[in-house]
Ligand binder design. Structure first.
Ligand code: ARG
Length: 588
């Protein structure tokens, strides 16, 4: 469906043309003086020069031409040449009727659907998820859902970190503890056990222990490096052990992500890209892109317009080892081969921006990607505690994601059960949904690239700009609709009448913004725009609700119209929170 602003612009453009001016001057925007009008066109001022006329005269002519136009309730020319407009209630009602009938709620599907890969999550195997991984998961999931909603083919890839020193560290520590394991017997040729020699909780203890030891003990570190090299060279027993680490860890990650309502299409990992490295290196050398510099193999990626130093891209270290950059370049090759994406979006901590600048430039220069393939870095800021420093536990340690979630679940459960009798099982389910809305909305309502303060008390509040407030509003609407149905009424769309008062019009004015908000959120990778939209929408609804006695309205047509309006509001809110990655309970 056309956006409401475009429809209004069209009317004003036609009026400019009818008065003998270039239609382009009729472009109209939302008013920045909502106390005076709803929409505003400043074209008369811009036309002054071309037509050598006082802007107010032009504005008056155009305003005159718009009198009687059914789209508008009021059109005024105001000094020095503004055209101020209010739209008519019937125009709004008509737009909402079409929106209600539209299967995508007025949002147009992309004409040429793109294949978009979203690289997000990015956890590292065998290390517990901590709050630092939260943002990537939450933002990436939303970006994926928005892309799909506007009609693209979006593939979410978790891109597991499974190939670095951390694997060598774990293998080394396992070896110290259980040297008798068959994985370490290099002459062994039989099948390896199907059962892993550790559980996830053991694994989570093993890694930090090994990491700490390696920092104090040079010989230990040496062993870990050696184990890493052996793994990478394909030593059978090490590969088998690595596979166990992977399986145990992935099962746990899946459980964690599913608690967050986050789901990946692909569980690819850094190791999957390794087979592409030798050919890539050969190619880069052969084409003259890569050259030896102090033993290392590098590609220059400086550009004349750089204002700060962009170091060359190191493809291989002097000992021949591949780096994080190498893996990301090889991953691009793999993605191009398997999916030919039109776009790859990386949702990663913004402190990795330089890394991605290097990767993108190198991939472009060496033609690993098609000219038309877009590489986009969506860096996100740090999640801080109330003290403004990176979020920590009370004791100052790294906060595990699971702990954070269960703390907030418990807090929500307490809130929900505090003042009234509820079935404990239902309360627990509800608490989970509301807690997730608190976490996700708290995060997504901030512009991704900015740092923000994770303020548990604020985020979990049922009032203000929070997830629980949005859910509360949805639940309120559902409860009115249920009551209406219980009284024999049918909620079935249709029949939206022109508004009778300001608060009803205000609600309608918010609803009609939906398609333009979603389009912007997609183009700018900006889920926070959806958050501010639903916050305004929820406020507009609550204002209407407080001023209107919906169910006891005597006029049946009016009552039906309000029910249809409520149901549309519910649908827009529920669709929006689904795009943000959470959902509303039936009651709370
Ligand atoms: N595993 C990495 C980390 O923890 C994030 C991976 C991001 N994605 C990528 N393609 N490099 O820092």
């Amino acid at each position: 469906m056309k956006k409401i602003l475009d429809l209004i612009s069209l009317e004003v453009m036609n009026a400019f043309a009818a008065c003998g001016y270039d239609a382009a001057y009729g472009k109209t925007g939302i008013s920045n003086r909502p106390d005076l009008c709803e929409y505003q066109c400043n074209g008369a001022m811009a036309a002054k020069k071309a037509y050598k006329k006082a802007p107010i005269v032009i504005a008056q002519e155009v305003a005159e031409a718009l009198q009687g136009n059914p789209v508008f309730e009021e059109v005024n020319a105001v000094n020095p040449g503004f055209i101020n407009m209010k739209v008519s209630g019937s125009f709004l009602a008509d737009y909402l009727l079409k929106m209600q009938a539209d299967e995508n709620l007025s949002v147009e599907k992309a004409e040429k659907p793109k294949t978009i890969m979203v690289d997000y999550g990015g956890p590292n195997v065998a290390k517990p998820l901590h709050v630092g991984h939260l943002r990537s998961a939450i933002i990436g999931e939303s970006v994926k859902r928005i892309g799909r909603f506007v009609g693209h083919k979006v593939i979410g890839d978790v891109h597991l970190g499974d190939w670095g020193l951390q694997m060598g560290l774990i293998i080394t520590e396992v070896r110290k503890r259980q040297p008798e394991l068959v994985y370490f017997d290099e002459s062994y040729e039989g099948e390896y056990p199907a059962e892993a020699p550790f559980t996830i909780s053991e694994l989570e203890e093993i890694y930090p222990t090994a990491s700490a030891k390696s920092k104090e003990d040079a010989a230990y570190k040496e062993e870990a490096l050696e184990a890493t090299a052996k793994l990478q060279d394909g030593v059978r027993g090490y590969r088998a052990l690595w596979q166990h680490i992977l399986n145990v860890s992935v099962a746990d990650l899946k459980r964690n992500y599913s608690n967050l309502n986050v789901e990946f299409d692909l569980w690819k990992k850094e190791s999957d890209a390794q087979p592409y490295i030798p050919d890539m290196v050969e190619y880069m050398k052969k084409e003259g892109y890569a050259y030896q510099d102090q033993g290392a193999l590098i590609v220059d990626i400086k550009e004349d317009t750089d204002t700060k130093e962009v170091p060359p891209c190191i493809i291989l270290k002097s000992d021949g080892a591949a780096l994080y950059t190498t893996t990301d370049l090889a991953t691009i090759i793999e993605r191009m081969k398997l999916f030919r994406p039109d776009e790859i979006i990386y949702v990663v901590d913004k402190r990795q921006e330089m890394h991605f600048t290097q990767v993108f430039r190198c991939a472009r220069k060496t033609k690993l990607v098609d000219e038309s393939t877009e590489l986009r870095f969506q860096g996100f800021g740090t999640m801080n505690g109330k003290d403004g420093k990176p979020f920590k536990t009370r004791e100052g340690g790294v906060m595990r994601l699971e702990t954070l979630i269960s703390d907030i679940n418990a807090q929500m459960y307490k809130k929900i059960t505090e003042n009234h009798e509820v079935d404990p099982a239902e309360a627990a389910e509800t608490a989970k949904l509301v807690a997730l809305s608190a976490i996700k909305y708290g995060d997504l309502s901030n512009q991704a690239s900015k740092d923000y303060i994770f303020d548990t008390d604020k985020f979990t509040s049922f009032e203000g700009n929070t997830g629980p407030y949005i859910l509360y509003t949805i639940v309120r609407i559902k409860s009115i609709l249920n009551k209406y149905q219980a009284g024999g009424g049918a909620v079935c769309g249709g029949s939206i009448l022109a508004p009778v008062n300001d608060s009803e019009k205000g609600l309608m004015m918010e609803l009609v913004k939906f398609n333009s908000v979603i389009e912007q959120a997609f183009e700018e990778i900006a889920p926070h725009k959806i958050c501010s939209f639903i916050y305004d929408l929820a406020n507009a609804f609550n204002r209407f609700y407080h001023e209107t006695r919906i169910l006891t309205e005597e006029d049946e047509a009016r009552r039906k119209s309000w029910i249809a309006l409520l149901d549309l509001t519910r649908e827009v809110l529920e669709t929006s929170i689904d795009l943000l990655g959470f959902e509303a309970p039936e009651r709370m």
